[in-house]
Ligand binder design. Structure first.
Ligand SMILES: [Zn+2]
Length: 325
């Protein structure tokens, strides 16, 4: 066989050997809501979803104290199915259940329902970057600025990324770039569910826009995105951000029943809000809101002396919300 033939054969082999098999291995079926409890490695978990992957039955579960999610193999954990009323009483003193109950009490707000401010013990903010559907590329300057500003201070730098399914599917390169930053331990991403399709029409009133569009299937908007993320090896967190920060009480209840904590913001920078200590800051990373990104970059420049003396930090969303309860 000549050299060129060998090369072609090798190429073909690698295409067949790696790409389809790894995708097939990651494929998930029977993705459903499954409420229960489990304990694993001395940690109490609430089960949220059940699915099949690589011939195993797995759970997406949240640790009730840390608010961190994990994938548990059903063959390796002690678990039992349950329902919310029972879990709310068993785990009534945990940050997870307290957060769900608190958010439910504020569910009547049409804008900015959910947790809007964290209570970390130190000074600083929690950054959340929304990745709504967009034809523009990811605004990588946000990531580069944060990594440079906190070099030698916080490594990895924690940030929340609210991802929509339509952004994820259309920005394969950007997502790979973010995942590389994570592998290089430069950033630590909390993936926030921002719904699969993130409907928005600027001509429609708020009361019928975003998730309030008549006929929206909340269940499928949430679950379809989670499944897509898991197939791409991205771990969904227990946090959810309403598209446009718009919701109503019925939708908040559906999100809570899915076991997710809505995250609002008390500092949407492009709307002129000022970031305070403990703020959950909101900017857009999809190229559609350059003003907010500019404001954020000047904010971290203004704080650079405090950052250097570790008196102004970036907080992990789970820790920040946990501190609130
Ligand atoms: Zn959005």
């Amino acid at each position: 066989m000549n050299f060129i033939m060998k090369k072609i054969l090798l190429c073909l082999l690698s295409v067949f050997a790696f790409a389809p098999i790894s995708e097939a291995q990651n494929a998930i079926s029977n993705y459903t809501v499954c409420i229960g409890k489990a304990s694993y490695a001395n940690t109490d978990f609430i089960l949220l979803r059940k699915f099949k992957q690589r011939n195993k039955t797995k759970f997406l579960a949240v640790a009730v104290y840390s608010l961190n999610t994990s994938i548990l193999d059903s063959a390796e954990v002690k678990f039992s199915l349950s329902y919310w009323q029972q879990l709310k009483s068993i785990y009534s003193n945990t940050p997870f259940i307290k957060a769900l109950i608190d958010v439910e009490a504020k569910s009547f707000l049409i804008q900015d329902a959910g947790v809007t401010h964290g209570y970390p013990s130190e000074k600083g903010i929690t950054l959340t970057v929304d990745l709504c559907p967009s034809h523009k590329p990811l605004d990588r300057s946000i990531f580069n600025s944060v990594i440079n500003a906190f070099a030698g201070i916080e490594k990895p730098v924690p940030l929340g990324l609210s991802i929509s399914g339509r952004f994820l599917l259309n920005h394969e390169d950007d997502i790979q770039w973010i995942n590389k930053l994570q592998r290089d331990n430069l950033i630590k991403v909390t993936w926030i569910n921002h719904t699969y399709s993130h409907y928005y029409d600027p001509k429609v009133p708020l009361t019928e826009n975003f998730l309030l569009k008549p006929g929206t299937n909340i269940h499928s908007e949430v679950l379809k995105l989670e499944q897509l993320m898991l197939e791409k090896d991205m771990l969904p967190s227990v946090f959810f951000r309403f598209p446009g920060l718009v919701s109503d009480s019925a939708i908040v209840k559906q999100i809570i029943t899915l076991g997710l904590i809505p995250i609002g913001s008390d500092a949407w920078l492009a709307k002129g809000n000022q970031a305070k200590n403990g703020s959950i800051v909101l900017i857009h990373g999809n190229g559609n809101e350059p003003v907010g990104v500019k404001d954020f970059i000047s904010l971290i420049k203004n704080k650079s002396q405090l950052v250097k003396s570790r008196q102004w930090l970036m907080f992990d969303l789970s820790n920040s919300v946990k501190g609130d309860f």
